[in-house]
Design a protein around this ligand. Structure first.
Ligand code: PLP
Length: 454
């Protein structure tokens, strides 16, 4: 067994049998995959024993950090008591019901119900159907069109990839599917031209109004966006953006769907991203931080506006997953939320480590190749620039991002690059010396980019 698990054996087995998500398999098989074996706190360790500081919390999800024994114990206890039962046909399990109540204790007054899924992508498919059945139940079956944003990300199912605004995803599989439309994103640095960020925020928000006019208000079911675009590059919108979007959705009577899959559970220093921006969603998909990634679980937060219609008017909602509200995943999520509460990790992200991280991140703006370094809570986006005085970007954005990312990786830091933006999203438990380590290692990678003269 030990032999089987050594690095070169595992890499060979992996190349022979394992197709990876979002990976060029030919390239990966030639290089050999990185094998992560264990983790503790903010650190992960690969099969050669190398340590990395994971400034990405896995995939934006390990909010309470690695190695929480109490989550493992909660899951093990539940597995022994009741490893599985479903929530179909009038049944539930104690953890699923108690988790629904626990989540509701952190949402706004009008967002008290949840439909469970196993992932963010399934949550996307779920609200997409809910939005349509909501309008149908209200006697407006023609209100089916959904508006999303270019460079948004909402998952990898067919509806998720269609709603996302990623060209490379659309090209594979003839997407988007019918009934989905995209408007611009609030990415001032790249697309704001001579406008001030505030004016640009209003301008892109008003693209929503123009799109509603084009499609006809009576045809549009919903608009969806992430509070801060994550995979798109941690695009933090100008402050004028969200109030205007919320105003338009209300004035034009379309559902506002806020994708909380990344921003939920403390990432922005509030329990949910919509609370940070002071807006009230009608529907809000969640996942990731709900269990800190320890087990797969997601869901859709449903406002009274939608839930009341579903309960009173709809009858059966013909939708659900075998593992919706899985008791073991729910038990792990309950323990995860208990940790977030007990250690006050959300408040920590807002009042303590968040401001420290923000100042350290911002300090990178003095570097020649950094155009802008922004963050909210523990989510940071850093814009690489060839000439910061004119906001001129590098000619090959993907290559510069990968150069910086790979330098970080070689030096024991996990960062992600989206084009020419460097993204950070560490566990909410990260401490000051660990933040300093992120910044020092990243700064060296930025020096490397400057010296590479790209
Ligand atoms: N929505 C957002 C904003 C995401 O970032 C993601 C995943 O990264 C998803 C949805 C899809 O979640 P999952 O990968 O759990 O299906």
């Amino acid at each position: 067994m030990n032999d089987l698990k050594n690095t070169s054996n595992l890499a060979a087995i992996d190349a022979a049998h394992h197709l990876h998500p979002f990976s060029d398999m030919k390239e990966l098989n030639a290089k050999g995959t990185r094998i992560i074996e264990r983790a503790e706190g903010v650190f992960i360790y690969d099969s050669t024993g190398k340590r990395y500081l994971d400034a990405f919390a896995g995939l934006w999800c390990v909010n309470v950090g690695y190695g929480r024994k109490s989550i493992a114990e909660a899951a093990a206890r539940q597995m022994q008591e009741l490893p599985y039962y479903n929530a179909f046909f009038g049944t539930t399990t104690p953890p699923a019901t108690l988790l629904a109540q626990k989540i509701a204790s952190h949402t706004g007054e009008k967002l008290k119900r949840i439909f469970f899924t196993n992932s963010g992508s399934e949550a996307t498919d779920t609200w997409f159907r809910m939005a349509r059945v909501f309008w149908k139940a209200l006697g407006k079956p023609q209100k089916t069109q959904v508006i999303a944003r270019r460079n948004g990300y909402h998952g990898s199912t067919v509806a998720g990839a269609s709603l996302g605004g990623m060209k490379l995803m659309h090209e594979q599989g003839n997407l988007p599917i019918e009934g989905i439309h995209h408007i611009g994103q609030p990415y001032w640095y790249a697309e704001g031209g001579d406008l001030s960020p505030a004016d640009f925020g209003l301008k892109v928000a008003r693209e929503l109004e123009a799109k509603i006019d084009e499609l006809g208000e009576d045809q549009v079911a919903a608009f969806v966006a992430e509070p801060i675009q994550g995979a798109g590059g941690v695009i933090i919108p100008p402050e004028t953006y969200w109030p205007e979007i919320a105003r338009i959705c209300k004035a034009r009577n379309i559902l506002l769907v806020v994708d909380e899959v990344i921003c939920g559970f403390g990432r922005l220093g509030e329990w949910f991203g919509h609370q940070y921006y002071g807006i009230e969603p009608d529907l809000a998909p969640i996942a990731k931080g709900l269990s800190s990634g320890y087990l797969p679980i997601g869901g859709v937060l449903v406002s009274d506006r939608v839930a009341d219609v579903m309960v009173e008017e709809l009858g059966d909602f013909h939708h659900g997953f075998t593992y919706s509200g899985h008791p073991v995943c729910a038990a792990a999520a309950l323990e995860n939320i208990r940790i977030l509460e007990e250690e006050r990790l959300v408040e920590r992200a807002r009042d303590h480590i968040g401001p420290y991280f923000a100042a350290a991140w911002k300090s990178l703006e003095d570097h020649e190749v950094v155009g802008e370094a922004q963050s909210v809570g523990l989510m940071g986006g850093l814009q690489l620039a060839a000439d910061k005085s004119t906001r001129r970007r590098f000619a090959k954005p993907d290559e510069v991002g990968m150069l910086v990312r790979n330098h970080c990786l070689q030096n024991g830091l996990i960062m992600r690059a989206t084009g020419d933006r460097m993204l950070a999203s560490p566990p909410l438990t990260i401490n000051r010396p660990e933040v300093d380590e992120v910044i020092d290692t990243l700064r060296k990678a930025l020096d490397h980019l400057r010296d590479a003269k790209m």
